[in-house]
Design a protein around this ligand. Sequence first.
Ligand SMILES: [Zn+2]
Ligand SMILES: [Zn+2]
Length: 306
Amino acid sequence: MAKSVKSAPPGDESSETSTSAPARPTRPTQRRLKIEGYDVEGISVAGDETCVIFPALNLAFDIGRCPPLAVSQDHLFVSHAHADHIGDLHKYVGKRRKKGMRPPTVFVPASIADLVRMLFDVHRAMDQSGFEHKLVPLEVGEEYELGKGLRVRAFKTYHVVPSQGYVIYKVKQKLKDEYAGLPGKELSSLRKSGVELTNTVSTPEIAFTGDTMSDFILDPDNADVLKAKILVVESTYIDDKKSIEDARKRGHTHLSEIASVSDKLENKAILLNHFSNRYTAEDIDAAINRLPTHFRRRVYALKEGF
Ligand SMILES: [Zn+2]
Ligand SMILES: [Zn+2]
């Protein structure tokens, strides 16, 4: 099961200019998961809030409410416009400005980009501040270079409003097989003579679904989603209290659907999130314990808030 350790209290409030106002009560520390070498932090409660953060990659997915650690991530990927996924977008952007951080880059489904622009216009009018950010609308299948050897690609998900997930790729230059083993001198003279010695190799590291029916798993265009090292997948319902039909009616996934296609998931780790708030942490543990052992070993759960 998921290894988890308490992380240090978020320290990014420190740059706020302090006045004589009484200190705010300390926020409860969030559990930090360690999955396949990545620290992962976040809160995801269906209908309430979702934000999943990978600090090592300097990015967060969705911003239903804005946890302190999300503020320091330069890239934000929004899956869809339900309030529990986009509600604190203006706070994320505004807090970064107040802290003197650079304007963030915010990725949204292209179909909601105009609405997001209007949303910021309203916030600018109300707040009389700039809310500076770079908005990047992405169509399904479209890619964008994030820098530092990372690339993102939007993928199709199946929800009740326009939505998409994101795959983050690691991009590396790899020496072509025919040049492997050649001495450095020879390689450098080949390079000087204009020979292309390397191929670009991209490997899917993280896939984040946002809200979706399980249909995304069967979509042939989503092969890389199922190959990503870590799949962060919604699992709104987890036991008999709600059926697969209930999940589909609301555009969501039932854990039993994920389990039934577990052989299709090549991911090293599967991070379940977006559980309904009808469940307790014990219910979530019990549901995971009922999964077949060979699958359960790869399954983690974001239980913060339960
Ligand atoms: Zn949701
Ligand atoms: Zn939704």
